[in-house]
Write a protein that binds this ligand. Structure first.
Ligand SMILES: [Zn+2]
Length: 277
């Protein structure tokens, strides 16, 4: 096929001819998120090959390390049209107007978990697609499969999280990205020399890309809770220095959230990513 349209983020193209049809002139204004319902990406993609019995396909297959182009964005993939009969899609022309992203599972039934690295790749892809087609990056336009037709798909994927993460990439990168030289990725179970310094206050995020809120400890290696967009207000009860950042500690229902609020050199703040009150 010539003239295939894929995101620049793809790591490869699957050369097999898969199920697709014309978009019939419909504009792309939705992204639909799926899980493979298998931990084997090749098993998943092979079911989309033309002539197979499944009558399905998707534009992209995403894994912890890959974004594989399968069906050109200029064509409709067969991913959210429903199975016919009583399973009537909740929007018109579901396949013709959407881009379908499939994600390989990390675990099988019943949880059907998806690796966080896969979710990150999908979030980057979602941000890229929204930018190129002018699709609003929100939950009305980025949907889980089950929000379109009757299905348990996308399994263990939290589409809210995908959209939150995608916003960070959409707005030109997010602070506290691993890979900032000499800053991120330095493990710090707790703030190094000072420990937590008690202080009650509120912090308002002003950086356009938002800031990543972590659980467990004040480290960019800690599990991500959310990307807090610009304008978010966080109540905190302590602050401290770790890994090249000034962190605040947010009391939550089940522990603490940890938010970097700017860069630090040792125990000296060198930048602000928001306002304190
Ligand atoms: Zn699905």
């Amino acid at each position: 096929m010539s003239g295939e349209v894929f995101s620049k983020l793809i790591t490869s193209v699957n050369p097999k001819i898969m199920n697709y049809s014309s978009r019939g002139g419909h504009k792309i204004d939705r992204i639909v998120i799926h899980h493979n319902a298998t931990t084997n990406k090749n098993v998943a993609m092979n079911t989309w090959v033309k002539g197979g019995r499944a009558n399905t396909s998707a534009h992209y297959e995403v894994t912890p390390t890959e974004i594989i182009g399968c069906i050109s964005e200029s064509d409709a993939a067969w991913h959210c049209g429903g199975t016919g009969g009583a399973d009537k899609p909740k929007m018109s022309y579901p396949n013709q107007r959407s881009i379908g992203i499939e994600n390989v599972n990390k675990t099988g039934a019943p949880k059907w978990e998806v690796d966080h690295k896969t979710i990150i790749n999908t979030a980057k892809l979602v941000a890229d697609i929204c930018k190129r087609y002018g699709i609003p990056l929100d939950r009305q336009h980025v949907l889980g499969h089950k929000e379109v037709t009757a299905t348990a798909c996308p399994g263990g994927i939290n589409v809210d999280e995908v959209v939150q993460l995608a916003k960070g990439y959409y707005y030109g990168g997010t602070h506290d990205e691993p890979g900032i030289p000499g800053k991120a990725g330095i493990p710090a179970a707790k703030p190094a020399s000072t420990g937590w310094i008690k202080q009650n206050g509120t912090f308002t995020v002003t950086t356009p890309g938002g800031i990543k809120l972590r659980s467990g400890s004040a480290s960019t290696k800690s599990p991500l809770i959310a990307v807090l967009p610009k304008g978010s207000v966080v109540k905190y009860n302590a602050y401290g220095y770790a890994g090249g950042y000034v962190w605040i500690r947010q009391p939550r229902n089940n522990g603490y959230g940890y938010l970097p609020t700017g860069n630090a050199s040792g125990n000296k703040r060198t930048s602000y990513w928001g306002n304190f009150k």
